[in-house]
Design a protein around this ligand. Structure first.
Ligand code: C5P
Length: 224
C-alpha cells in the first residue's frame, strides 16, 4: 500500500446523494454533489489508508487510489458499507435520503385523464451512521465521523446528533441558502466532539478533507 501515517488502516467513506425509486423511471433525490465525501476518501488514501468509497449517484470523477462501490438507494448504501467493514474508521458524508418510497411501482406510473395524481407513501430509511456507530449488524470502527448539514442552530443540532447517533465526531456545516455549500467548492465547518467545538475557517472542500484526514491520522495513525 501507499506509505503514510494511515498505512495499514482501513477506511469506509460514504458520499453523494441517494436515489429512492418511485417507479422504474422516477426517483426522489437531493442536491448533494459528492464533492466533500470524495475529497475525504482521496485525502485518507493520500495518507496511506486503504479506502472503500461507497458512493450514491454523482457526476464527479472517482478519486484515485480508492475502491469505489456505486449504489443508488440508502438500503443499498447500508449493505455496501456493512460489506466494507470491519474498518478502522468510517466517515459518513453521504446525504442519505431520510425516507424511501414505500409504495414503489414496478411499472412506470401512468398519467390517466381525469384520474387523481398518485400518492407517494414514504417510509423511514435506515440510518447508516447510527448503525455503524452502534455496531448494529457490523463491527464498530474505532473512529466514526458524521456530518451535520443544518440551516439553523447548527452547533446545538450537531451536539444532539453526536449523542443520538453515537459517533465520535460531527463535522457541522451550514448549508443555508447563499452559503454556496451544496455543490460549491468551499465549506465553513465546525468539528464537534464530546469535549467541545473547533471552528475552522472557510476552506476549500479539498482543504477540509486534508485537515480532517490529518486529524484522523493524529488519533489512529501509526501504532495509535
Ligand atoms: O440526521 P441527519 O441526516 O442530519 O444526519 C447526518 C449524518 O448522518 C451524515 O453523516 C449522514 O451521512 C448520516 N446519515 C446516514 N444515514 C441516514 C441519514 C443520515 O448515514 N439515513
Amino acid at each position: 500500500g501507499t506509505p503514510g501515517p494511515l498505512a495499514g488502516k482501513k477506511a469506509v467513506v460514504t458520499s453523494g446523494p441517494t436515489h429512492e425509486a418511485i417507479d422504474p423511471v422516477r426517483y426522489i433525490a437531493n442536491h448533494s454533489s459528492g464533492k466533500q465525501g470524495h475529497a475525504i476518501a482521496a485525502a485518507l488514501a493520500a495518507l496511506g489508508a486503504e479506502v472503500t468509497l461507497v458512493s450514491g449517484p454523482v457526476h464527479i470523477p472517482d478519486p484515485t487510489g480508492v475502491k469505489v462501490v456505486r449504489v443508488r438507494s440508502a438500503s443499498e448504501m447500508l449493505d455496501a458499507v456493512k460489506a466494507a467493514l470491519p474498518a478502522d474508521m468510517a466517515v459518513c458524508a453521504a446525504a442519505v435520503a431520510d425516507w424511501t418510497v414505500a409504495n414503489r411501482a414496478t411499472e412506470k406510473r401512468k398519467k390517466k385523464a381525469g384520474a387523481p395524481p398518485p400518492v407517494i407513501e414514504l417510509a423511514p430509511n435506515p440510518d447508516i451512521l447510527a448503525a455503524v456507530s452502534k455496531g448494529e449488524g457490523c463491527s464498530r470502527p474505532r473512529l466514526v465521523v458524521g456530518f451535520a448539514a443544518e440551516t439553523e442552530t447548527l452547533l446545538d443540532n450537531a451536539r444532539d446528533k453526536l449523542a443520538r447517533k453515537g459517533c465520535d465526531w460531527i463535522v457541522a456545516n451550514d448549508v443555508s441558502e447563499g452559503t454556496g455549500t451544496f455543490g460549491g467548492d468551499s465549506n465553513v465547518v465546525h468539528l464537534v466532539d464530546a469535549k467541545g467545538v473547533e471552528d475552522w475557517p472557510r476552506l476549500g472542500k479539498d482543504e477540509v478533507a486534508a485537515r480532517l484526514a490529518l486529524r484522523i491520522a493524529a488519533v489512529l495513525g501509526e501504532g495509535k
